[in-house]
Ligand binder design. Sequence first.
Ligand SMILES: Cc1ncc(COP(=O)(O)O)c(C=O)c1O
Length: 386
Amino acid sequence: MPDLFDYVGNAEQFPVLGHWDFFNHAGVCPVPHVASRAIRRYAHEAEAGAYLAGTWYADIEKLRITAARMLNAHRDEIAFVKNTSEGISIVANGIDWQWGDRIVTTSVEYPANVYPWMEVARAHGAKLVMVDEVTDATGRRQVPAEKILEEAADPRTRLVSLSHVEYASGQRHDLERIGKFCHAHKKLFCVDAIQALGVWPIDVKAMHIDYLSADGHKWLLGPEGAGLFYCRRELIDRTRPLMIGWMNVTDAQNYGNYDYSLKPDAGRFECGTLNIPGLLGLKASLDMLMECGLDNVGRRIQQLTEFLIQGLLKKGYKIVSPRGLGQWSGIVSFTSPTHPHEQIFKTLRKDHKTEIAIREGRLRVSPHFYNTEQQIERLIDRLPGH
Ligand SMILES: Cc1ncc(COP(=O)(O)O)c(C=O)c1O
């Protein structure tokens, strides 16, 4: 069985290594060779005889089981979605909202975890409460858990929805603490996990997560447009599917028999034909990550981001991402006290084939486990000093 270090710096397994110093996994990941091979195989099988030769559907059911294992969930609690937004929209549209219900989130969420709740506010008279980020004395930015819990405690709060990791600051919320509170106070807890899945294992049970959604195109190393949605078993029949088609029902393959009985498992949230090539690509990547061990992957990302931060500090950059105990993530957000960020970003991309990102006016670097220390050193060398 391959070891994590078989992949580090391995341009056969990660062809992007031969072209770019790529550090934007919090944006869109380059897919590893295993995923592109799975998608090519699909394409060959599809042109030779559609589903006849392949094992597509059986493989996708294997993916459901692996995804459940990664989350400490059951396969019955996993649905495939086309992206994070769809999973969050299932929750937003699937609950029997009452006028005056409160929904608590932060004011620094990616819009996939904002607009669905704005729509609930518009359509059902719910109130959207957005807890602000604060900057501490050292310049680190985060939304305090205490404030989130304070808002969650309001008797009218029905649901708390958070990104596990905030896309711009890289803050990792303490989901165990927040989930425990939500569970104790009978609030629903929904998580946008796209910036966390593939970086460390997530335990939906220990974190008392009711709903979770994530596309696969970031840290899970899948292609865009193939994602996972988790719904806690007890909530499945209390959550209306967002879209209805032929596949939501128990006897889906009995086409002429119009028995509109929704599936008892999370399959009820899948309305029709799935994104087969996308999911096969995601499966290949997830299998690779699971073989390496998500704990090992996380440790390596922690080491790489720590190495990066030390280099940035030496060069006079200010780190914005919180990095206290249990707070690290794959995202390092930082600022230059003097140099325009746009210029830094463009020069890196154009002159050095080095890809980072700008989010909320700050520079953002997000390496994955296969990146090398040498790549990080090169990035630091290429950044202007102070
Ligand atoms: C926190 C977060 N949620 C969601 C998304 C993407 O949403 P979707 O999968 O619906 O395209 C991103 C992408 O940048 C993100 O950072």
